[in-house]
Design a protein around this ligand. Sequence first.
Ligand SMILES: [Zn+2]
Length: 223
Amino acid sequence: MRHLTALVVTLLMSACVKTVPGGKSMQTNPIVQTGDPVLRAAAQDVPVERIGTPEFNALITRMVDTMRAAPGVGLAAPQIGVPWRVLVLEDREELMTALTPEERAERERLPVPVRVFINPTLTPIGEDKVTFFEGCLSVAGFAGLVERHHEVEVSGLDEKGQPQTWRVKGWPARILQHEVDHLLGTLYIDRMLTRSFGTAAQVKARFAGKSIAQVKQELGFTK
Ligand SMILES: [Zn+2]
């Protein structure tokens, strides 16, 4: 674990400072891109004694800032090169402005304040599945349709080391499944409907404002 701690410190030192609109400065790390082995390895549990240390708090801050600067709605520690089982997520109104009210409703997408999960376990609730386009900051510039459980329950520790459980449906449930997958070395491209894969620009140009039923029909899916 000493090696890992040294790695975390090194990564935090390699961060850069960005200034975002409004003048606030953020400390961000480069986001690891697909092909890097760190995205394909199972991350390790964070030892509980690390939680709450200045170094660990700095990691959480760095992950949140990197997610916001991207911008994205979730980030797992391996995406900044740290092989620990930590994820952060946040969804903001300003990230939904490109969606029509119908698209927001179909996705069950609502603002979610920052949540941190350390050493999480995820359990699907029920049999319902939903399919939508999904992207990943580590597969930059692309998107594909991915079927996910409609509702999940995630248990783990928060940033203070307190146990927490969150049962949630809709878009946050999708984010959680995507991020927990990262901690297992799985990317959405492993789960996507491959003929739906395209650049984010193509997907936006072809399918913005359309229902998923219509999208699937245009892509040649029979169900
Ligand atoms: Zn991702």
